[in-house]
Design a protein around this ligand. Structure first.
Ligand code: ADP
Ligand code: MG
Length: 689
C-alpha cells in the first residue's frame, strides 16, 4: 500500500512556498489533501452559451475576453469590467474595488465564469468565480466534467489547487485502505472508500458523486456514534446506582403541599422518573420543556424522592441569579418537610464556604444548590444520590466530569428548554433517555410579540408605562456581547440613566453581570418584591428567572441576540393570567438578523424556533459541538443527513455489542479512525490499536 502520510510536497506543483500556505490551512500530508473535500461541485459538462443563460440564475459559461477596463463610480469605487462573448452573445463580468484584476486578463483568452446573472442594460455577473483556460491538455481537469470547487483562502487559486488535487487523486487514491468490514458495506450499499474519495473530488456523474458523499458521511457518523457508544460504555461499565423506594411520607406530604395541580405532561414525566429511580440502574435522563413549562417542580419531585431515601441531591444552575432563585423557591417549598436546603454561592466568605462544604461532606445538607462550579470544584458529598443540571445545553463535559469524579453513581437529570428533535437528541446526547413536557400550565394570559424600529422606541416605552400603571413590571434587556467590553456595559448603564429620566415617577433598577452576587441578589429581591417597576438588565436574566408579575420584556438591539436567546428572554414573561408584551426594538441590517426577528414575530413554539435557529446557525454552532466534546463533522450534517445518521448509529451499536474492544480482524481499521477523533482515554481502547 502507498504511504499516504508522506508530506504534501511530494505532489507535483507543490513547492516550498505553496507547501507553507497548505500547512496554514491544516494540510501537511497527502492524506490531508485527499480528505480536503470540495465545498461544492460545478457541472461543467454542460457549460452554457451566453445566449442560453437566464438572469437570476447561477450559471457557468465559457467565453472569450473581448475587451476590459476599469473606471471610477460616482462614489469613488473602482469598477473593473471584462466583456466576454461567444457566437451567441456578450456578457460583462464585473469586480468592485479590485483594480489589480486588470493585470490578470488578455484579450482573446478563454474564460470559465460562474456566478449569478443580472440583467441591466446588458447581461452582467458581479464578482463571478473565474478561471483562465490555457488551451492545453490540462484544461480537461477543469472543463467538460463535474469539477470540484474547494474551500480555499484568498492566497490559493482554484485552478492550481484543482490541478494538484487531480494529481493527488490519480496517484494516491488507490492507497486509501477500506476501513469498514465488508458485511457492513454490503448491508448498507456503500461505495468502497478509495472509490468514494476519488469520486468526491472528480466524480464521473452526479449519481456517483452522491454515492461517494453518502459513503463519506456514513463514515463520519459511524465513527462519531461508535466513539460515543464506547465513551458511554466506559462510563457505564459495571455501573449500578441506587434503587429507590418511591412511596413514602415525605413525598406524600410534598404532593399535598403543592400550590397547584400538575399538568398532564408533568405527571407523565414524573412517572418516567419514578421508574428510573426504582431501578438499580442510574437514571440518565434529559428533560425537555419549553420555557415556563414547569420543569423545576418535576426536578424537585425527584429531589424529594432522593432525600426520602436518605441520599443527598445537588441542583446546578448556569448562573448565580438562577441558583439563588431556585434556592429561594425550593427552601419555601420544603421548609415544612424538614428538609435542609443549602446554597453554595460564589461570593461566600472563605470560612463560611468551608463550613458549608463540611456540612455537605458529613451529610447535614440534603439539597445543595449552586452553579455548575459545584461539580467543577469537586465538592464532595456524603452520599450524593441525584444531580440535577438546569438549563444547560452544553452539559456533556460536565456530566462526564461528574460521573468520573465520584465513586458512586448518582442519578442524573438534565433539564433544557432547547427542544431538539428526538433523533438528534439521541445522536448528540448519546443514550440519555428523553422526557418531554409539551404543554404550559393553564391560566396564562398569552404573549404579544411586537417589533419597533429604533426611531419608534418611544412606542415601546408607552406600552411599558401603561403596564406599570396597571400594576405590572417591565424588563428592559440590553445586549452585552462580551463582559470585558466596557463600552457595552457603559451603554447599559447609560440606558438605565436615560430611562430613569424618561420615567421620573417610576423606580428603575439596574442589573448587570459585573455586579457582585450580593448586589445582583438584592436587585432581584427588590424586583420580586415590586420595589422596582422597570429593570434594566443585561442578558443575565436570560435563563430561568421567574417573576410572574413582570408582563413586559423590551429587548434593545434585538438584532444582537441569537434566536434561542430571544426566545428565552420572551419566556421571562407571560407567566401569569394577564396578557404580556415582548417588544423587540431593532434596526436589523443583516439577513440573519431579519430572519431571527421575523421568526420571533411568527411563532412562540419553542420547537419551531429551535428549527429555525438550527437553520440559521447550522448544527455545529447550534449544539456548540465543541463544548459537547463531540468531534467536528467535515461534510456530514446531522439535520440534512439524519437518515444516514440513524443507520450509522444502529451499525455502531451493533459493532460495539459484538466486538467491544474492536479486536476482530474485520474491524481492525476502525480504532485508528476513532483515535483521530476521540482520545484513547475516552474510549478505553488502550488494549487495541
Ligand atoms: P421552566 O420549565 O421554564 O423552568 P418553571 O419551572 O420556572 O419553568 O415554572 C414556571 C412557572 O410556572 C413557575 O412560577 C411555576 O411555579 C409555575 N408552574 C409550574 N407548574 C405549574 C402547574 N402545573 N400549574 C401552575 N403553575 C405551574
Ligand atoms: Mg427553569
Amino acid at each position: 500500500m502507498k504511504d499516504l502520510k508522506v508530506s504534501a510536497r511530494f505532489i507535483k506543483g507543490v513547492g516550498p512556498s505553496r507547501l507553507g500556505i497548505l500547512n496554514k490551512i491544516g494540510i501537511e500530508t497527502v492524506e490531508d489533501l485527499l480528505y480536503c473535500f470540495p465545498r461544492r461541485h460545478e457541472d461543467r459538462s454542460r457549460i452554457k452559451k451566453v445566449g442560453e443563460i437566464r438572469p437570476g440564475n447561477f450559471e457557468t459559461i465559457k467565453a472569450k475576453v473581448l475587451t476590459f477596463g476599469d473606471r471610477m463610480s460616482k462614489r469613488g469605487m473602482n469598477i473593473f469590467q471584462v466583456a466576454v462573448g461567444d457566437s451567441t452573445g456578450v456578457i460583462h463580468a464585473t469586480w468592485f474595488n479590485q483594480p489589480y484584476m486588470k493585470d490578470k486578463f488578455k484579450i482573446g483568452q478563454e474564460l470559465i465564469l460562474y456566478g449569478r446573472v443580472e440583467r441591466y442594460n446588458y447581461l452582467q455577473m458581479n464578482n463571478p468565480e473565474y478561471e483562465i483556460l490555457t488551451g492545453t491538455k490540462e484544461d480537461f481537469v477543469h472543463m467538460g466534467r463535474i469539477v470540484p470547487v474547494y474551500p480555499l483562502t484568498a492566497n490559493l487559486n482554484q485552478r492550481w489547487f484543482r490541478n494538484i488535487m487531480k494529481f493527488t487523486v490519480d496517484n494516491y487514491a488507490d492507497g486509501v485502505s477500506e476501513i469498514l468490514p465488508y458485511e457492513m458495506r454490503k448491508r448498507n450499499n456503500l461505495m468502497e472508500l478509495g472509490e468514494a474519495v476519488r469520486n468526491i473530488h472528480f466524480p464521473v456523474s452526479e449519481v456517483v458523486l452522491k454515492n461517494a458523499r453518502d459513503r463519506i458521511i456514513f463514515d463520519e457518523f459511524l465513527i462519531l456514534q461508535t466513539g460515543m457508544a464506547l465513551k458511554r460504555a466506559s462510563i457505564k461499565m459495571d455501573m449500578t446506582g441506587y434503587s429507590h423506594e418511591i412511596e413514602g411520607d415525605l413525598i406524600n406530604k410534598f404532593k399535598i403541599s403543592l400550590p397547584f395541580q400538575l399538568t398532564r405532561s408533568q405527571s407523565k414525566v414524573i412517572k418516567e422518573i419514578e421508574e428510573d429511580m426504582k431501578s438499580p440502574k442510574p437514571m440518565n435522563r434529559l428533560l425537555q420543556g419549553d420555557v415556563g413549562s414547569g420543569k423545576t417542580i418535576v426536578a424537585l419531585y425527584a429531589i424529594i424522592l432522593t432525600v426520602q431515601n436518605g441520599y443527598q441531591a445537588a441542583l446546578m444552575a448556569p448562573t448565580e441569579i438562577l441558583a439563588e432563585q431556585h434556592y429561594r423557591n425550593i427552601s419555601a417549598l420544603v421548609k415544612e418537610l424538614g428538609i435542609r436546603a443549602m446554597i453554595l454561592s460564589g461570593d461566600l466568605k472563605e470560612e463560611e464556604r468551608r463550613r458549608r462544604r463540611h456540612m455537605i461532606e458529613i451529610g447535614e445538607a440534603d439539597i445543595v444548590i449552586g452553579t455548575h462550579a459545584l461539580i467543577q470544584e469537586g465538592v464532595s458529598f456524603k452520599k450524593l444520590g441525584l444531580a440535577v443540571i438546569d438549563e444547560q445545553h452544553k452539559f456533556g463535559v460536565l456530566q462526564r466530569a461528574l460521573l468520573k469524579s465520584k465513586s458512586a453513581n448518582p442519578d442524573i437529570l438534565v433539564m433544557t428548554a432547547t427542544p431538539i428533535p428526538r433523533t438528534l437528541a439521541l445522536a448528540v446526547y448519546g443514550d440519555m433517555d428523553v422526557s418531554v413536557i409539551d404543554e404550559l400550565p393553564p391560566g396564562r394570559g398569552g404573549i404579544k410579540t411586537l417589533f419597533f424600529e429604533e426611531k419608534n422606541r418611544e412606542k415601546a416605552y408607552a406600552i411599558a408605562e401603561e403596564q406599570v400603571k396597571i400594576g405590572r413590571q417591565v424588563y428592559v434587556v440590553y445586549p452585552i456581547i462580551d463582559e470585558s467590553e466596557k463600552s457595552d456595559l457603559r451603554a447599559a448603564i447609560k440606558m438605565h440613566k436615560d430611562l430613569s429620566g424618561r420615567f421620573p415617577d417610576l423606580k428603575v433598577g439596574l442589573l448587570h453581570g459585573r455586579m457582585k452576587s450580593k448586589e445582583k441578589e438584592a436587585v432581584m429581591h427588590d424586583f420580586k418584591d415590586h420595589k422596582i417597576d422597570i429593570l434594566v438588565s443585561t442578558i443575565v436574566v436570560e435563563v430561568g428567572v421567574d417573576i410572574s408579575n413582570a408582563s413586559t420584556m423590551i429587548v434593545e438591539h434585538a438584532e444582537r441576540f441569537g434566536l434561542s436567546q430571544l426566545h428565552q428572554l420572551r419566556g421571562r414573561i407571560g407567566r401569569d393570567k394577564h396578557i404580556s408584551y415582548c417588544i423587540l426594538v431593532s434596526d436589523p441590517k443583516t439577513d440573519d438578523a431579519k430572519r431571527r426577528i421575523s421568526a420571533m414575530l411568527k411563532t412562540q413554539d419553542g420547537f419551531k424556533i429551535a428549527e429555525e435557529d438550527l437553520e440559521i446557525r447550522g448544527p455545529g454552532e447550534f449544539f456548540g459541538t465543541r463544548q459537547h466534546g463531540l468531534p467536528e463533522l467535515k461534510i456530514a450534517n446531522i439535520i440534512r443527513d439524519r437518515a444516514i445518521l440513524e443507520t450509522a448509529k444502529e451499525e455502531a451499536l451493533d459493532l460495539i455489542k459484538r466486538d467491544r474492544f474492536l479486536r476482530l480482524p474485520e474491524n481492525r481499521m476502525i480504532p485508528e479512525s476513532l483515535l483521530s477523533k476521540f482520545t484513547r482515554d475516552d474510549l478505553e481502547l488502550a488494549s487495541v490499536g
